[in-house]
Design a protein around this ligand. Structure first.
Ligand code: ADP
Length: 607
């Protein structure tokens, strides 16, 4: 601020003075207005760090303004007081201006660094803005991907999954085309199966490309999405209107999990897996390039599609299996109904036949017996005896067949009551002894002393079973002996290796009785033993051919024994070495409060 006051002794030039006067006034006005502007600036800027410098600067300007103002009184003759005030003002202005100049020298580097920092921050802010933009785009894409995966998972139909994927991917990544290529049955080619551009009309352009094409091989050997050449055959597909140009393309493999991949012990290597191929193409005129985050999106979507496809495949498989099972169930139900009807018809038939045949059979037996009593010539007697024998055989056969059919359809129930074991085996002895003595066979029954006197069970069926086995022994033994041994079955029996399929359950109310029928007769080939309990099966040896055999007795015995909670089996060392049939049945201990004195008890050898 240069000195602007006139010395009073300078030559006066009125006009010049007037100009200076007005100018000084305006300068003073301007100087006074600047501090106001500065005050306004300081008030508005909250972060300005050098407020005291501004105050100093403001003071300097006010003082400059003041010197100019005071100089207005110096144009004319003025008093000494004016001169003194002017001098004081000038001294103050000089001091403050020097101080301001010095301060400025100090703070300018500071101000400069602030400026640099501000510039740096501005650049950073711009960079952050750009990153925010990318993040927002990624967030947007992420949202689209989430929506897309949700859409994909909301259905289990393979075609809907794929179509939705292409549409949503096209929208999210602003694609021109997105195609899906499925492997053919041979696995040597890929067939275009879905297209974003062609939609439902895809089948109008049957396109296949070989899987061994280098660009496809590259994609299949990498588990991430790859940018592929725009010249790849999967990018340059031919439309109905001819070949069209496309932009940059990326491709990713989509693993197709077949059902064998779910088998527990399947160690199939990934190399034997088949892959579908997804190709994504940007618009042709675009200068756009594939970004890393976009390829990441493609990877995520490809994985989701693979999972959704595998779910769809499992569902399709289970629906097919379900349908097949339903069909089989219906067929089985029909077959079962038919079988049940047949069994009922058979049982009814047998019951009627048994009843209807027994009456004439008994009549034949009775009349033949009577005829035998009369006087007959030897040939006629022989004939009558044959008639009688055949009638007895036929009668027993009829009974057996009915019994077996009742056993098989489950209509035969045990009749449980308390009976004496000694009496039961005494009956058997009385019955068989005469027949055995006719054949000159020794026959004996021994009851072990550890057996209870009475037992609870079906004595009729027990007797029938024992009689059947004893009768077989008599039938198939020419000479020697037949011995029946009855004893209590011990606990250790449960681990008998001969009868692994039978596991008895011991309790305090029941016991297991073992009956063993041993003969010195024909014996049997050990390999024939397992079949003997099958009905109508008998050995084809010359000796059995001499006897009238039906192959029903053992089958019936087995079912009776099973009904009685037991097990029957045969032991033989071979042909001509005799045979032992053993059976075990579960019987109850009798109630001690009941008086059984009427029944005869014996723990003895019966013979
Ligand atoms: P069947 O009523 O015809 O005797 P089984 O079912 O009782 O029929 O017997 C079946 C076959 O088992 C007989 O035909 C016979 O070959 C054989 N078998 C049964 N018991 C004996 C035995 N004690 N000795 C030799 N073979 C026997």
């Amino acid at each position: 601020m240069e000195g602007c006051c006139f010395e009073p002794h300078w030559p006066a030039d009125d006009l010049l003075m007037k100009y200076q006067y007005v100018s000084d006034f305006l300068i003073a006005l301007a100087y006074f207005s600047i501090p106001l502007e500065l005050i306004y600036f300081v008030k508005r800027s909250a972060v300005f760090p050098y407020r005291w410098v501004l105050v100093q600067f403001g003071a300097f300007i006010i003082l400059c303004g003041a010197t100019h103002l005071i100089s207005l009184w110096t144009f004319t003759t003025h008093s000494r007081t004016v001169a003194e005030v002017m001098a004081v003002a000038k001294i103050c202005t000089a001091l403050v201006s020097c101080a301001t100049a010095l301060t400025l020298v100090h703070i300018i580097p500071d101000l400069l660094s602030v400026k640099t920092r501000e510039l740096y921050l501005k650049n950073k802010a711009a960079e952050l803005d750009r990153e925010m933009g990318v993040m927002r785009t990624q967030e947007e894409i992420g949202r689209h991907v989430r929506m897309l995966t949700h859409e994909i998972r909301s259905t289990l139909d393979r075609h809907t999954i794929l179509n939705k994927t292409l549409i949503e991917l096209g929208r999210t990544l602003h694609l021109d085309e997105c195609t899906l290529w499925m492997p053919t049955c041979s696995g040597l080619e890929l067939q275009l199966s879905h297209s974003l551009k062609h939609g439902q009309n895809i089948h109008a352009i049957p396109v296949t490309v070989p899987t061994h094409h280098p660009s496809i091989k590259d994609v299949f050997s990498c588990n991430r999405a790859l940018v592929i050449s725009p010249n790849s055959p999967v990018v340059k597909i031919r439309s109905q209107r001819g070949r069209y140009m496309q932009g940059n393309a990326a491709a990713v493999r989509v693993p197709l999990l077949n059902l064998s991949n779910f088998h527990m012990n399947d160690r199939t290597e990934p190399s034997t897996r088949s892959y579908a191929l997804m190709v994504l193409t940007t618009p042709y005129d675009s200068v756009r390039r594939w970004h890393e985050h976009e390829l990441e999106v493609v990877n995520v979507v490809a994985d989701q599609v693979a999972v959704a496809l595998s779910h769809a495949a499992v569902l399709e498989e289970s629906v097919t299996t379900h349908k097949l099972l339903m069909k089989q169930n219906v067929e089985l139900a029909i077959a079962r109904q038919e079988a049940e009807t047949a069994v009922h018809a058979c049982t009814d038939f047998l019951a009627v036949m048994n009843h209807e045949m027994q009456i004439p059979m008994q009549a034949i037996i009775a009349l033949s017996s009577l005829l035998q009593e009369t006087t007959l010539i030897p040939e006629h007697r022989c004939m009558v005896r044959t008639i009688l024998r055949s009638s007895y055989l036929l009668e027993s056969l009829i009974k057996d067949v009915l019994e077996l059919s009742r056993l098989e359809d489950g209509s035969l129930q045990l009749e449980i009551r308390t009976f004496s074991l000694a009496v039961l085996f005494g009956e058997i002895l009385k019955f068989v002894k005469p027949i055995a003595s006719v054949k000159k066979l020794s026959f004996s029954i021994s009851l072990s002393s550890d057996l209870p006197e009475y037992a609870v069970g079906d004595d009729k069926r027990l007797m029938q079973t024992a009689l059947n086995l004893v009768a077989n022994a008599v039938k198939f033994t020419k000479e020697g002996s037949i011995h029946v041994m009855v004893c209590l079955e011990k606990m250790e029996f449960s681990s008998d290796p001969v009868t692994p399929e039978f596991s008895p359950v011991f309790d305090e109310h029941h016991f297991y009785m073992r009956v063993q029928v041993q003969d010195t007769g024909l014996g049997i080939n050990p390999q024939d033993i397992p079949n003997l309990f099958t009905r109508f099966v008998h050995t084809d040896s010359a000796t059995t051919r001499d006897h009238k055999v039906t192959g029903l007795g053992l089958a019936i015995c087995k079912r009776f024994v099973k009904l009685m909670g037991g097990h029957v089996w045969i032991e033989s060392e071979g042909l001509g070495k005799g045979l032992t049939v053993i059976f075990v049945v579960k019987l109850g201990f009798p109630d001690q409060t009941i008086d059984h004195r009427n029944s005869t008890a014996s723990h003895i050898q019966l013979n």
